[in-house]
Write a protein that binds this ligand. Structure first.
Ligand SMILES: [Zn+2]
Length: 385
């Protein structure tokens, strides 16, 4: 999917929800005056919001000093409008937001391994419903749902019966058992990148290369405030760029991919350790062989980032994932590799920064993306009438 990061012009419905969030309750006349619209235009938008259970009319209530009784409107603050669930190899995270974008429920649990993606989605959905019930959050009118999975979710991925990846249809089926809204499905890395670009380390940068170093290596691109999934949703497969002189077979079917050198499992295998925490311990003990393997691998990541930089000229590279979380030094190592591969004669100005946000922010970005995408599709349809 593509996401426009420019502050979108809020729709009248967005403006009404926002006004009611700050000035509850308000009459029709107050809303018309504050938002500069006619009663007819306001009426149409209010009807849509009431139908969507995002606004409640308090019929017959009178404001102090008013003449005849007038209907007052207030936002349905505890009614969930959008849902976001993001599955990563480390955690399952879910949020429920109201129409104004306030977080009503946020729940993150450590991932159980091995991960069955459909079971993870189902379990996270069930947990959100349970939390919502105990907190009095209404979940019957969820309109938009954003889902992130840590596997390629492009529209053209081939899913044979033996594929370890779930199909888009099976994801839709499992979500539709509990929720009725429109569903957006994307990769976890892209939704994490979206959250960083909107609210985290990427704020204010027009062009970003987001690199996620984890059990795999993924990336996302923001060019001129536009986060693009490409034609089929396959942008950012940085982990499958080939590294010179590396010939290890990759799960993708090729050999010598960056992932076979610099992913967490590849690093653990080269350093003869069984876990990331053991690897981090060796690094903090300044084990020279471990440091040398890590530097070599991050050099290769930096070189691949440089290739990407030569194409898109990012203003910032955001380094994210479990590897930099456990071993923060990898950002500097990557920056060295990057520097070496950029064209010296050009004055490059690329900030290499660490990601700031966690899985709940990615889940929030999923819900946000589902809502904004659904409303932009609606606007397109209205525009073609
Ligand atoms: Zn590969």
């Amino acid at each position: 999917m593509d996401y426009d990061l420019h502050a979108a012009v809020p729709s009248l419905e967005d403006q009404i929800t926002s006004y009611l969030g700050e000035n509850p309750p308000a009459s029709r006349a107050e809303l018309c005056e504050a938002l500069g619209v006619s009663r007819t235009t306001l009426g149409r938008a209010i009807t849509k919001l009431i139908d969507a259970h995002a606004v409640i009319s308090l019929k017959g209530e009178e404001k102090t000093g008013a003449g005849r009784p007038s209907t007052l409107f207030t936002s349905a603050r505890s009614c969930a409008y959008s849902l976001g669930i993001v599955i990563s190899r480390a955690s399952f995270a879910g949020v429920l937001l109201n129409r104004g974008g306030d977080v009503l429920i946020a729940q993150s649990i450590p991932a159980s391994h091995p991960i069955n993606y459909l079971e993870a989605l189902d379990a996270t959905g069930a947990l959100l419903l349970e939390r919502a019930r105990t907190r009095g959050v209404i979940t019957d009118y969820v309109h938009t749902i954003g889902v992130g999975l840590p596997v390629p979710m492009g529209s053209n991925v081939s899913h044979s019966p033996h594929s370890p990846y779930p199909s888009r249809e099976s994801v839709t089926d499992i979500i539709s058992r509990r929720w009725k809204g429109s569903i957006l499905i994307d990769t976890t890395a892209r939704l994490c990148a979206l959250s960083e670009a909107l609210w985290g380390a990427g704020q204010g940068y027009p062009s970003i290369l987001y690199v996620r170093l984890s059990n795999g290596i993924g990336a996302s691109l923001v060019v001129s405030y536009h986060l693009s999934g490409g034609d089929l949703g396959f942008t950012g497969e940085l982990g499958h760029m080939r590294v010179p002189d590396v010939h290890t077979p990759c799960a993708c079917g090729k050999e010598g991919c960056l992932e076979t050198l610099a992913s967490i499992p590849a690093l653990c295998a080269q350093c003869d350790v069984s876990s990331l925490s053991e690897l981090a311990r060796k690094v903090s003990n300044r084990d020279s062989r471990t440091l040398s393997i890590l530097e070599h691998a991050m050099d290769a990541v930096g070189a691949c980032c440089a290739n990407a930089a030569l194409l898109i000229n990012p203003r910032a590279i955001i380094v994210a994932g479990e590897l930099p979380e456990a071993i923060p030094q990898v950002s500097d190592m990557l920056a060295h590799g990057l520097e070496r591969e950029l064209i010296p004669a050009m004055k490059w100005n690329i900030d290499v920064v660490r990601a700031e946000l966690g899985p709940l922010a990615a889940a929030q970005a999923a819900a946000y993306a589902a809502t904004t995408t659904a409303s932009s599709i609606k606007k397109e349809h209205e525009g073609t009438r």
